[in-house]
Design a protein around this ligand. Structure first.
Ligand SMILES: [Zn+2]
Length: 116
């Protein structure tokens, strides 16, 4: 089964969270201004990399961890929305949804400091 987000690739964890152009576009929008994102090739590399970048017990690392968790859960929810409800959120809407979710989790000021 091809990916319902980008229409190409085999839909599996590796594709959805590492190689999918739609998923990565959102990821880069969330982290690209803050972190130098490496060209990871697998989910385990992604988890290792983000874990090393956000392992500190600082406020900014905590915001980053929540952003990453929101990205993962919202990409999965969008996949399910498209497959089972036949509805589509455009990429920019999905990005705003993640940003709003994170801002609701923290106060907006701390989050805006992360994104600059
Ligand atoms: Zn895809």
């Amino acid at each position: 089964m091809s990916c319902c987000l980008c229409g190409s690739g085999v839909e599996d964890r590796e594709h959805l969270f590492v190689h999918c152009l739609v998923s990565r576009q959102i990821y880069i929008s969330l982290f690209g201004r803050v972190l130098r994102i490496p060209d990871v090739q697998s989910w385990s590399e992604e988890v290792d990399w983000i874990g090393s970048k956000l392992k500190k017990q600082t406020e900014m690392a905590e915001v980053g961890r929540v952003i990453w968790q929101s990205w993962v859960s919202n990409i999965w929810r969008e996949r399910c929305r498209r497959l089972y409800a036949g509805k589509v959120l455009q990429t920019n809407v999905l990005l705003k949804l993640i940003q709003s979710e994170v801002e609701c989790f923290f106060d907006a000021h701390r989050v805006s400091q992360f994104w600059g």
